[in-house]
Design a protein around this ligand. Sequence first.
Ligand code: C2E
Ligand code: CA
Ligand code: CA
Ligand code: CA
Length: 277
Amino acid sequence: LAAQGSGGVATYHPVLDQQSLRRLQLGAELETAMADGQISVVFQPIVDTRTADIVSVETLVRWAHPRYGDISPDDFISLAEQIGRIGLLTDHVLDRALDRCRRWLDQDIALSVAVNLSAHCLAEPDIVDRVRRALRHHGVPGELLTLELTEGSVVDDTVRNSTVLADLHALGLRLSMDDFGTGYSSLSQLRLLPIDELKIDKSFVLGMSTSQNESFIARSIVELAHNLGLRVVAEGVEDEVTRDLLTQMGCDKLQGFLVSRPLPEDRLEGWLLARTG
Ligand code: C2E
Ligand code: CA
Ligand code: CA
Ligand code: CA
């Protein structure tokens, strides 16, 4: 439907094909879906590599569509971006994440939550205000929120030339660079940005147990992160061999099916109880 250029200007094709029509329809349904509770979130635990303690959960959005079934976020995030609904969706996910965090705080559990922030959101003029208001609304300290950004979004000129990352960071929250290794950020950019953490993209992590090359890339990212004073997380950890390799490399945190799949809220509670005994 819309080919998005780097400048954020959409060019529309004159003829709508079947796929475009469906996207258009889904887009129109997204708002109703949120109101109807079709959009939910799941939480995936992130653990400390050394102690295996849970340190955080990543919030991942889900859409249970009444006719099409479960739609992957990989499909509807870009759609929401194209039709200008990503801000709405992000606010919804942030609200769910901070609500969960607040209820843990009420039980004296200081567990941080991570939320994915799409590149489009960084360009929204009121994004810092919205995050600040959401934190205040739920009474959650900024320190307990991590925003995961993709490499592409932070090397974008408009983002680099703005103060948005510094302003978000000033709220006390952590900034994590997601899918690291798949984008184009240069070392000098990494040094200049107020980033706290790198997340090794799962495409490297998934291949580690079978490929020396992938292992070498992961090791390089761990070393790079530590040399820059950043923490490093590996996502997509599915087996023990990979976990042990990452442990030897000094990777700080682990996330993946080996630890836990993303869980709906009630099952996460059960998982936490089982772990803490
Ligand atoms: P991501 O941020 O890189 O999230 C990690 C993805 O890897 C998730 O897919 C997760 O379910 C999956 N995953 C976790 N552990 C493993 C593992 O051990 N093996 C494998 N093969 N996969 C694993 P999911 O939930 O389908 O999300 C896909 C992408 O959609 C996310 O990638 C993120 O870019 C985007 N996304 C999800 N929720 C949101 C959201 O609320 N806002 C925005 N802007 N993007 C979101
Ligand atoms: Ca992420
Ligand atoms: Ca990722
Ligand atoms: Ca990804």
